[in-house]
Design a binder for this molecule. Sequence first.
Ligand code: SME
Length: 166
Amino acid sequence: MFKLGPLKKMTDEEKYRYMLILLKGQLSSEQDEIANLSNASAIVMTCVDKLNWAGFYILRGKELVLGPFQGLPACNRIQMGKGVCGTSLANRTTQKIEDVHVFPGHIACDEASRSELVIPIVKNDVPYGVLDLDSPYVGRFTELEEKYLIKFVEVLNKYINWQNIL
Ligand code: SME
């Protein structure tokens, strides 16, 4: 059973370190990719404050298709190169968007979303998808969140066999 207690007194950075420990615990104790990505999205939602959505889009052909997530129902498919997610994977760059209303082509799934952090998932030079975080606050994401969510994807890449879910 997951206990929230330890998180309550932590600074943001301590929470993000703990988030990586929780993720490694999950990934080293289970091999099923869907179970692992589902709990990975729940770990992000639990450890990062002020989010309204956290989850995965997986590249299938030329489209990103919705994967395990936490939050309101979201767009099922995003074209490569479109929106914040498609831009992140097409360019293989993290997108830290201060205000989604001024990002050209932002795809609104939850109207509450005001800022967004998207980390591309690329392993052995093959693009597999993105990790997407949305916040209802403008400017929610700083270099601290960027640093630890990039580490989060690095840990995922060590354990997850993305080929199994294509
Ligand atoms: N805003 C994203 C779409 C996905 S939702 O935020 C869950 C985008 O522009 O790609």
